[in-house]
Design a binder for this molecule. Structure first.
Ligand code: GCB
Length: 595
């Protein structure tokens, strides 16, 4: 215990030393005054980072970020963005250029845009996500370095902008590193590039940076509201209006630029059957931010999960953020509607967005469609538990996931990790994350996908110190696939915690259209039987509050190399990579119909 707290303390110290790096993301960016920089961007593939380092591996002043052009006939400049190919942004590079399918390294991106500076207006440059390590330059000036492939970041570029033509250049590197989050190995495609929206956001000198509206967890006639300005200015008026609830309240900021209030209201509660959203307006300094917000409460009682005070069984499925037809990173509402539509057809009221925060469009689409969500950060498998920079990185990703989505009623669980090997250092790291999540958001539940640690004589035992830090005990299990084929009927389970239980993964692979006996690997019949047996098995687990089988759709993974069957796809999908439903889909559908 002593060792634990020293590690935690050191990690906390490391974080406070680096706190100056913190750059808060702007909330509800989709409803701000924005100019899209999506579209065609030039790119240069740069395996040796020629555009960044000189021939002694020192950062060079003459890098590609200068966007230099020959001025005289004899000038030597060995790159040219204007003459380089383009790709669509948002989009991954792996599926837009055949040469880059397996590529992991550095690619430079360039885009020009016209701009006219406006008096009193600040311009932020916002990226929904760039995978993984990104340096951003505006008109040759470095404006931000960001690490992490699935969370947004923004920077004030007002001083770097000029009237007329401007250029933004990114150096994006998706190489894997042992100390990164995720680490060197993971079972999904490491899609590189600018995978989500790029926006210019126009704000006033003083503006509402972020806000949160949430129903009280116990008293459903009370809403908590807080908001903060981008700077610590007191005496500013912030007004919150929800016309449908006849709410209009003006508040004055304190010296930290913050307001908070408890508002009496009797909202219709958001739930899967009635995903009611209210139009909300937040006004300050002559500007209005519009949002659509739902009100619900999520708590636990013993082994039950309570939505709006009533027990709910989470009929779920896991999902990667991949296009609904073929591979490639998904971004936007169309893909989301298709994927979430399949989940709804299965009978789901819940989806596990694995293994990283998905794009904001998908979260909002799920909210409109009445689907509850589990959202997680990519603390996956073997993380560098004792490295303070790794912890800081994970904490930042957790923070930005929460800051972006804190007003989404459908997100009920923040997950901090997946299948991590047990050690005191891991417990210190993850309990730090759990504490951080609770500190940032006390209106949702915390969980993580654990592993079954003891299995003998058909008894499976869950024994994980992290149980004390989570609200829901979740674990992945692969009876019938990685172990114990045909033994599911004999299995019993010991989960010695008075908390709700979610089986966050189970499943097995099948190639769509491949048929045979039920003991023939990779056939639809094998997978179908595995689902029949697993569902019968998990039904008997005491306190089971839900499950998210692995996985909705086949997804690309470099670990899945079996020719003719996998071809770089993980085949555990209930739907094939091109959208055909496998037999197991209907087994799960039938099971959910009864629940
Ligand atoms: C797991 C992982 C998931 C993998 C899956 C599999 O336990 O959490 O990321 O894709 O197993 O297919 O093996």
């Amino acid at each position: 215990m002593k060792k634990l707290s020293i590690i935690t303390l050191l990690a906390l110290l490391a974080i406070s030393v680096r706190a100056a790096d913190y750059l808060p993301i702007i909330g509800n960016v989709l409803n701000r005054q924005t100019i899209s920089l999506n579209g065609d961007w030039h790119y240069i593939v740069d395996i040796q980072e020629e555009g960044y380092y000189d021939y002694r591996m020192n950062p060079t002043r003459w890098g590609f970020f200068r966007n230099a052009k020959p001025q005289k006939p004899e000038d030597l400049i060995e790159y040219d963005f204007d003459a380089s190919p383009t790709m669509k942004i948002p989009g991954d590079w792996n599926t837009q250029d055949q040469r880059l399918f397996f590529y992991e390294g550095t690619v430079w991106f360039e885009r020009e845009f016209d701009y006219t500076k406006k008096a009193g207006i600040h311009t932020l440059l916002y990226f929904g996500a760039v995978n993984y390590d990104t340096h951003v330059y505006v008109n040759g000036k470095k404006v931000i370095h960001h690490v992490g492939g699935f969370t947004p970041f923004n920077v004030d570029i007002t001083d770097a902008l000029k009237d007329g033509k401007n250029v933004v250049i990114l150096k994006v590197d998706n190489k894997r590193h042992a100390e990164a989050v995720p680490t060197q190995i993971f079972d999904w495609w490491n899609y590189g590039g600018i995978t989500r929206d790029v926006l210019l956001v126009e704000v006033k000198q003083t503006y509402v940076e972020n806000y949160k509206l949430a129903l009280d967890r116990q008293d459903f006639k009370k809403i908590h509201f807080n908001a903060n300005l981008n700077k610590g200015v007191g005496g500013e008026t912030v007004t919150i209006r929800i016309p449908e609830l006849k709410i209009s309240q003006s508040l004055t900021t304190d010296g930290n630029g913050c307001v908070s209030a408890e508002i009496k209201a009797k909202p219709e509660l958001w739930c899967p059957e009635n995903p009611k959203l209210y139009k909300v307006y937040i006004e300050q300094g002559g500007e209005t931010i519009e949002d659509e917000i739902g009100f619900r409460s999520i708590t636990t009682k013993g082994k039950q999960i309570l939505l709006n005070g009533k027990p709910i069984y989470l009929k779920g499925v896991s999902m990667h953020e991949e296009k609904s037809n073929g591979g490639g990173r998904a971004n936007g509402s169309d893909d989301a509607r298709q994927l979430i539509g399949w989940a709804k057809e299965l009978g789901c009221n819940f989806i596990r967005f694995a293994h990283y925060p998905h794009n904001e469009h998908a979260v909002r689409e799920a909210e409109r469609m009445g689907v509850l969500l589990w959202s997680e950060i990519p603390c996956y498998w073997t993380i560098a538990w004792t490295n303070p920079a790794t912890l800081e990185n994970a904490r930042n990703q957790l923070r930005d996931m929460i800051m972006r989505d804190q007003n989404r009623a459908n997100i009920i669980i923040w997950s901090i990790a997946n299948e991590t090997p047990h050690s005191a250092e891991r417990d210190a790291f993850l309990s730090n994350l759990a504490g951080h999540a609770r500190f940032l958001d006390d209106t949702r539940l915390i969980s993580m996908a654990m592993e079954v640690t003891g299995a003998s004589n058909y008894v499976n035992r869950l024994n994980d110190n992290m149980n004390q830090y989570v609200d829901i005990v979740s674990f992945n299990q692969y009876v019938g696939w990685y172990r114990d084929v045909n033994d599911a009927p004999k299995m019993t389970w010991e989960i010695p915690y008075e908390k709700p239980v979610i089986i966050s993964e189970f499943g097995g692979g099948a190639k769509y259209g491949y048929h045979g006996e039920k003991n023939q690997r990779w056939t639809e019949e094998f997978q179908e039987n595995l689902y029949i047996e697993n569902l019968a098995m998990i039904e008997k687990i005491d306190g089971l509050a839900g499950t998210t089988p692995w996985i909705l759709k086949d997804f690309r993974s470099p670990r899945r190399v079996l020719p003719g069957i996998q071809d770089y796809y993980n085949r555990k999908g209930l739907v094939s990579d091109s959208g055909e439903k496998k037999k197991a889909f209907f087994v799960l559908q039938k099971w959910y119909e009864k629940r």
